[in-house]
Design a protein around this ligand. Structure first.
Ligand code: LLP
Length: 463
């Protein structure tokens, strides 16, 4: 492996005067524990280790690119959420962030419930033994076949997303001679401070039924009138990667107001509200996420206060964190390939993956951090853009970051906080092979989702 120095991109001082980037960390070798999973550290040789295993060994055994998931951190985060909300609330892990059969088993063991939003996620959950009553089924366009499977399996709740679906689910439930427990997803009209594509509570979008113009109240009327449905509550999800609790407070307040209106009109107090997921995590040192216990306290305080004011029994609260549980628990390991310094601009560092294993940067302008992990370095910081190997200039993994100027082909670099929405949104663009997910715990590493092979690609291509 070559260790020769490469011409660096702009130096620290140039960059600071440009004013576009944060300064590099004082010491690039220090791993900020905010963005790395809990068992990550550097060993005596300077290599990053996770679960007690050094990245060089992981790369040798499992190849790159690969996602390494810190199982004990995942389990600890599940417990932290469950403990924070306590026995009078329910935590549903949002499977869309990342789902595999191993993950389902961990969730089951740690006492969490599971939110699924497709037939594929439902199959994975049931196959790995998640009890159906602990599953919530979401989606704005569930097919009849999916609804039938969910009803037949006996899922704990289906979250209704449209007027048509109210009728559809009621009909299917009746034909199976069951009363399906359902919630109605409402859009509360909150503008979440996040990327447009992941904000979901403003009215002009495809999810839910609007509160503002009385549509949600009408949906409740219809659902209560259908005997195939047992309406257990109201659901609101305002968006994703949100740090400011104000949006959740407004959402909780409006949902409780709807419960009061339902009580006044129908004489029923719905027993549950679901406030969705969307809690932000640290992708870079600049992000400051809240702890689950702070979030739980803020949400339950507001719901209790609003219910007291409306003289309602406090409903059982549920939440659906996906990213906040799995996001921080994994990093993607890449091998550095081509390094291209562009004088006066930055240095392009190409890795052996890219937008096929992390589409979030291209799609949402997401920010990530990156570190040299196969060794430490005392070289000065160089401004880099970490890019993939795809045929597209938007194939960017980390837009602006600093790596040591002696970075060389063959070095291993890692992007932390890639546990959520990276493997689950991975693609085969350019016939890339989707990377494996390797769970690491207490000195042992095992593949939980294997790497795709070229045979997998050819198997789907029936010629
Ligand atoms: N509940 C519902 C109804 C949702 O739609 C979602 C996310 C969640 C819970 C979980 O949200 P989380 O806690 O993971 O933020 N692909 C995007 C995120 C899309 C989220 C869609 N729904 C991303 O990579 O940021």
């Amino acid at each position: 492996m070559s260790r020769s120095a490469h011409p660096a991109g702009p130096r620290h001082a140039d960059v600071l005067t440009e004013g576009h980037y944060s300064a590099p960390a004082a010491d690039l070798n220090v791993l900020d524990e905010k963005v790395w999973s809990r068992t990550v550290t550097r060993d005596a040789d300077g290599a990053l280790t996770v679960g007690g295993i050094a990245v060089a060994r992981l790369a040798e055994e499992f190849g790159t690119p690969a996602y390494f998931l810190d199982e004990s951190d995942f389990r600890a985060r599940c417990r932290a959420w469950a403990d924070a909300f306590g026995p009078d609330a329910d935590v549903f892990y949002a499977g869309k962030a990342f789902l595999s059969r191993a993950v389902v088993r961990w969730l089951k063991e740690e006492g969490l419930n599971l939110d699924v939003c497709s037939g594929g996620e439902l199959t994975t959950a049931l196959d790995a033994g998640m009890p159906a009553e602990r599953i919530a089924f979401h989606g704005n366009n569930k097919t009849v076949a999916e609804i039938e499977r969910a009803v037949e399996a006996g899922v704990g709740r289906i979250v209704l997303d449209s007027f048509q679906e109210i009728v559809r689910v009621a009909h299917i439930a009746r034909s199976h001679a069951v009363r399906q427990r359902v919630q109605i997803r409402v859009t509360v009209g909150v503008e979440a401070h996040t990327h447009e594509f992941i904000a979901t509570a403003h009215e002009d979008q495809k999810f839910g039924i609007a509160l503002a113009d009385g549509q949600a109240a009408e949906a409740v009327r219809r659902a209560l009138a259908l005997d195939g449905l047992e309406l257990i509550g109201v659901h609101s999800h305002i968006g994703s990667q949100i740090f400011d609790m104000a949006g959740f407070e407004v959402s909780a307040r409006r949902v409780v107001q709807l419960l009061a209106e339902i009580r006044d009109e129908h004489g029923v107090e719905l027993p549950e509200i679901d406030l969705g997921g969307g809690l932000g995590i640290a992708y870079t040192s600049e992000d400051d996420p809240r702890e689950p216990h702070e979030i739980a306290k803020a949400l339950s305080d507001i719901v209790t206060r609003e219910c007291e004011a409306a003289k309602l029994r406090t409903p059982r609260i549920s939440v659906e964190p996906g990213r906040a549980i799995v996001g921080p628990t994994a990093f993607t390991l890449y091998e550095v390939g081509t390094i291209k310094p562009l004088e006066g601009l930055r240095t392009y560092v190409s890795v052996d993956g890219g937008m096929s294993d992390n589409i979030r940067t291209a799609l949402y302008d997401a920010e990530y951090s990156v570190a040299l992990v196969s060794r430490t370095s005392d070289a000065e910081p160089m401004l880099v853009r970490v890019v993939g190997k795809h045929c597209e200039s938007g194939d960017i993994v980390v837009k602006d970051a600093f790596l040591p100027a002696d970075l060389a082909p063959g070095d291993l670099i890692a992007v932390p906080a890639t546990g959520a929405y990276c493997r689950s949104m991975a693609s085969n663009y350019n016939h890339a092979l989707r990377p494996p997910v390797v769970a690491v715990r207490d000195g042992e590493a095992r593949v939980i989702v294997r790497r795709e092979t070229e045979e997998d690609l050819l198997r789907l291509d029936v010629g």
